[in-house]
Design a protein around this ligand. Structure first.
Ligand code: NAD
Length: 287
């Protein structure tokens, strides 16, 4: 890395806390190096208290942009000049782009999920999906899927602190897109089974299946799935969650969260550099 830093090198940041575990710096710097682009990507420990100063710093240093992760995703919009339509609807930002001093907030998580579907030759546009989740990942996917043209969406969640967020998401989708969305309680498993039965795709967008819920799923048995159903998970560690294991046993086409992670980074990369990430090369590195 030191060998390729010059006086012209553009800086891109990642503002979050905790953040030292993130794989984004390795991923983005590998991609810059592969394409010979003169950028460097560094992680900065920034929480809500230091966020405003950090964004001022980004402006003052004329940084090209930054990724933003927890706990800053739903707060950083206060310090930016513009938001993309998806970021506005999600109420969250994971990517800042600095264009001549104008800071625009984008959310690329949902784009990442939709691009990962395309990459797996899965076409959900004009069709119905059932999705479980009302947190950050789920909201980004639900909004982007609706904006991209999914026809009908059944959203399930447990009645926890995220329930109100899911109600807001359903309202925004129904008011602002052609997609028809509805919200149901995940406790009603008979209804979940019925909604999955007439969906093209079923998605888990919660941490179910990942530590501390590793090995667990809310799908009680194989009768909830069928061979021609697509089943996706946002979790990528482990690569195969309990849900994806059952789905594979039934014969469903499956997709884990690795593609979403790669393509959300790729979308941000393209916003900063104007060039697509070398996806096939990145897949080799990530696997
Ligand atoms: P979050 O905390 O914002 O949301 C948590 C969600 O899980 C809520 O819908 C909540 O109701 C639900 N939940 C919590 N406990 C539950 C339980 N016992 N049963 C059923 N539902 C439960 O989290 P998030 O940021 O949306 O992340 C969710 C998952 O998505 C995590 O596993 C995270 O690693 C993954 N993720 C993946 C990517 C990717 O690129 N693949 C990106 C972001 C997040």
């Amino acid at each position: 890395m030191a060998e390729r830093i010059t006086g012209h090198t553009e800086l891109i940041g990642l503002m979050a806390y905790p953040i030292r575990h993130s794989s984004s710096p390795a991923m983005q710097n590998e991609a810059f190096a592969k394409l010979g682009l003169d950028y460097a990507y560094l992680a900065f420990e920034v929480d809500n208290d230091s966020l405003e100063d950090a964004v001022k710093g980004l402006r003052a240093l004329k940084m090209k942009g930054s990724n933003v992760s927890m706990p800053n995703k739903t707060v950083v919009h206060k310090y930016l000049d513009k938001l993309s339509p998806a970021a506005e609807m999600c109420g969250a930002v994971n990517t800042i782009v600095n264009e001549d001093g104008v800071l625009t907030g984008h959310i690329t998580d949902g784009i990442g999920y939709m691009e990962a579907l395309k990459d797996n030759h899965i076409d959900v546009i004009g069709k119905k999906m059932t999705i479980v989740g009302a947190g950050g990942a789920a909201t980004a996917i639900e909004i982007q899927a609706a904006l991209d043209g999914v026809k009908e969406m059944s959203i399930f969640n447990v009645k926890d602190k995220f329930w109100g967020n899911a109600e807001e998401t359903v309202r925004k989708i129904n008011e602002n897109t052609e997609c028809r969305a509805a919200l149901y309680d995940l406790a009603d498993l008979e209804l979940l089974k019925k909604e999955i039965a007439n969906s093209y795709l079923f998605a888990n967008a919660t941490g179910m299946g990942m530590k501390p819920l590793e090995g667990k799923t809310y799908i009680p048995d194989k009768s909830f799935l069928r061979p021609d159903l697509i089943v996706t998970d946002v979790v990528y560690f482990p690569r195969e969650t309990a849900l994806l294991k059952i789905a594979k046993e039934v014969g469903c086409k499956t997709m884990n969260g690795l593609g979403m992670m790669l393509f959300q980074g790729s979308a941000a990369f393209e916003l900063w550099t104007g060039q697509p990430m070398p996806i096939e090369y990145m897949k080799e590195i990530l696997d």
